[in-house]
Write a new protein. Sequence first.
Length: 154
Amino acid sequence: MTETAPPLSAPEAGEFLRRKLRERGLTQAQLAARAGIPDPGYLSHLLKGRVNVAGSKYLRAIAGVLGLTAGELRRINPALVVEEVALPALPSPDIPEGLREAGERYAAVDPLIAHPKVQAALAQAGNFYGRGPQTAPEWFRYFTSVREWIEVDP
């Protein structure tokens, strides 16, 4: 028999969501806007565990924005019915070796360069018919030149 982890308390769920928010590189204001939460103060109460997110009507929207798995949702609210659907695999562009190396080498400077979605976008946009960045330092320079316009959705 498989044992499931106990449900998270309101403060634990809030801390879990704050961690996911940081991992996604989003602000509370961005999460509130994307999840359709009209009052960012309410989201703050959820994230601090003052209001139990398990009973919030915004739980599914928050989960969608943060990319929570069905298992993670069940830890927050065990009574929640979650249908697990296999998403079709998206074709991944070939990530040039120099870009892959830049992700490894410069992730400590800016973790976003190692994010798979960012690398895919950079690989597509940085092709320039063979005249684009080739080495890790060149890819990092290219990344930093467009960094302010990069925003990753979960």
